[in-house]
Design a binder for this molecule. Structure first.
Ligand SMILES: [Zn+2]
Length: 232
């Protein structure tokens, strides 16, 4: 019960000028801004509280929650937030990655491209979706290919800005693989740009992070050839 009160006391909408930051899509930090007590509350309690508050939002909008089609929505949304689309906030859900010896002595770059992901813009809470292309050069260790995909999905399942998502994936690959040589490119569409606001349905956002050897022109160009990019 005490947990409930502490959280609710902080939910005051006083920072109106934050709106401007949101619409300009500026990001402030490369680690997700989390409260110190972010994971003290159980998932079950979080679902219960979000359900209650989402119900309030729907009521304020004027919706009739006794309608058959609407009455399950607050619980569905709450469960989806905690168990699915924002499950990557919780470090306990981080994919467990096992390292293998690079037995094949494969010393070229490994590219895992066209990894489809869904995330949500932290300024509007509407989807960001697209492809991530990741590459690394082994320093003696390798990981299962599907783990790269899982790492992308983990960081995507947070309220995000694309720049931060890109850097978080690159840093994680660098730390896990114990190599400096990592590249990540993300090409995505933002529903907050297409379905509202400026209503531009064709523009895409591309972000990249090149570390170690990927900062060198030759390595970077080889990576671009693999992912089929004409940018250099
Ligand atoms: Zn947005």
């Amino acid at each position: 019960m005490k947990q409930k009160e502490t959280l609710l006391n902080t939910l005051r909408l006083t920072d109106f000028d934050l709106d401007e930051i949101g619409d300009e899509h500026l990001s402030s930090s490369y680690s997700t801004p989390l409260r110190e007590d972010a994971f003290e509350m159980s998932d079950e309690l979080k679902i219960e509280l979000i359900e209650k508050h989402f119900k309030e939002i729907m009521l304020i909008l004027g919706l009739d929650l006794t309608d058959d089609s609407l009455k399950g929505t607050p619980h569905r949304v709450a469960k989806m937030y905690i168990k699915e689309i924002f499950s990557g906030l919780n470090p306990a859900n981080k994919p467990k990655v096992k390292l293998f010896e690079n037995k094949y002595k494969y010393n070229e770059m490994l590219v895992e491209k066209d990894i489809t992901f869904f995330s949500n813009c932290e300024h509007h809470f509407v989807p960001i979706f697209g492809k991530a292309h990741c590459a690394y050069i082994s320093s003696g260790k390798v990981i299962g290919l599907s783990k790269i995909n899982r790492i992308v999905q983990h960081f995507a399942k947070r309220p995000q800005v694309q720049e931060r998502l890109t850097v978080q994936i690159a840093n994680e690959l660098k730390n896990i693989l114990q190599t400096e040589d990592v590249a990540v490119v993300i090409d995505a569409a933002h529903m907050c740009v297409s379905s509202r606001g400026i209503n531009d349905i064709s523009s895409r956002t591309v972000t990249s992070q090149y570390l170690g050897k990927f900062q060198e022109e030759n390595t970077k160009n080889e990576f671009f050839q693999h992912i089929g990019s004409t940018t250099s």
